[in-house]
Design a protein. Structure first.
Length: 339
């Protein structure tokens, strides 16, 4: 690595760390700690003064973001597919820049359980569904208020227990972990709409994921989790007793079951996980595939009926590529003919 993951331009390792140490008055222990972070590709956040220095802002601004986070967000609501509304807290520009930087340079080193397939690089809902394809029985459990259930203390602990790609433990000082946690939470929990919330929720679920994976193994079943959607499948005939075992583990880790979305499905039923049907192959529901097929047929036979929808069709074709590359090639070809 030739430069630090900073917003300021620092040309060499020695000069960069020397400048930071001199400007921030680091002790020798902090210098050594900073070098250790740097060697592992981590920002050298050895005290709470380093972050504002790297962004070139007053420590008072960061302190105000920590004390009054609501002033740096805008709230709006979106309609849920199942009815009702979901409250979204979207960070305003500057705090979003900081959160995105934390996501890219700090949280990318997080140790997330292998069964968690949502919100991580190079995985998608079809990777989540694949282990369950063709299994006899399916149990799906949904977590209620997933992001809101992860409190500031859990987020702070997440920043204290990061593990990098070399599997070497990385520990930020407690005051730094609390600073980062304050910048990523609102009213003491993760806001739905902030860049780092999905990864931080995954980190906070690691202990629960470990227990749930062990429970599934004891049942002779497979387990995956896509965000708040937990799936178990195998030859076992699931019952309310199995649901209770899952709910107990979630409760120990501060999460609550959304009982309205809990489903037990046998081979004869339509087995759906995070919107993907897994009875025979992993694919979207039939009604959705039919709708897309009709749209692309219209685009191919009468392009005037899909004017200004090229971007949407391109997005659908890219999504289809995740489960049917040959069909996606056909759809991409149709979109190219519209341009």
């Amino acid at each position: 690595m030739k430069s630090l993951p900073l917003l300021v331009s620092l040309p060499t390792t020695v000069l960069a760390l020397h400048l930071l140490a001199r400007e921030l008055g680091w002790t020798e222990d902090q210098r050594e700690q900073a070098r250790a972070f740097y060697q592992r590709g981590m920002p050298p956040l050895v005290d709470t003064h380093t972050l504002p220095f790297l962004f070139g802002v007053s420590p008072r601004l960061i302190a105000d973001m920590r004390r009054n986070p609501r002033g740096y967000y805008r709230r709006f609501r979106i309609r849920k597919k199942a009815g009702g509304q979901r409250s979204i807290l979207a960070p305003r520009r500057f705090i979003k820049v900081i959160q995105t930087w934390i996501l890219r340079h700090v949280l990318e080193h997080a140790d997330i359980h292998e069964c968690a397939t949502g919100f991580r690089k190079d995985t998608n809902i079809f990777d989540n569904a694949a282990p369950h394809v063709g299994n006899s029985n399916l149990l799906v459990v949904d977590i209620k208020d997933f992001f809101g259930s992860v409190d500031q203390s859990s987020v702070s602990d997440s920043f204290r227990t990061l593990t990098n790609a070399l599997d070497a433990p990385l520990t930020y000082p407690r005051d730094v972990a609390e600073q980062l946690a304050d910048l990523c939470t609102v009213d003491g929990s993760l806001p739905q709409g902030a860049p780092g919330s999905p990864v931080l929720a995954n980190i906070s679920m690691r202990g629960a994921d470990q227990e749930l994976a062990s429970l599934a193994e004891s049942w002779g079943c497979g387990y995956t989790r896509y965000a708040d959607d937990l799936a178990f499948s195998g030859p076992l005939t699931f019952s309310e007793e199995h649901v209770a075992g899952v709910v107990a583990i979630l409760a120990r880790h501060g999460f609550e079951q959304n009982s309205r979305k809990t489903r037990i499905i046998g081979m004869g039923g339509r087995q759906v996980i995070a919107g993907v049907v897994v009875n025979a192959v992993a694919q979207p529901p039939r009604w959705k595939r039919r709708r897309w097929r009709a749209m692309f047929h219209r685009a191919a036979t009468d392009p005037t009926r899909v004017v200004a929808k090229e971007a949407y069709l391109q997005g659908v074709a890219s999504f289809v590529n995740q489960y049917s590359p040959s069909l996606a090639t056909e759809y991409h070809s149709i979109v190219q003919g519209l341009q």
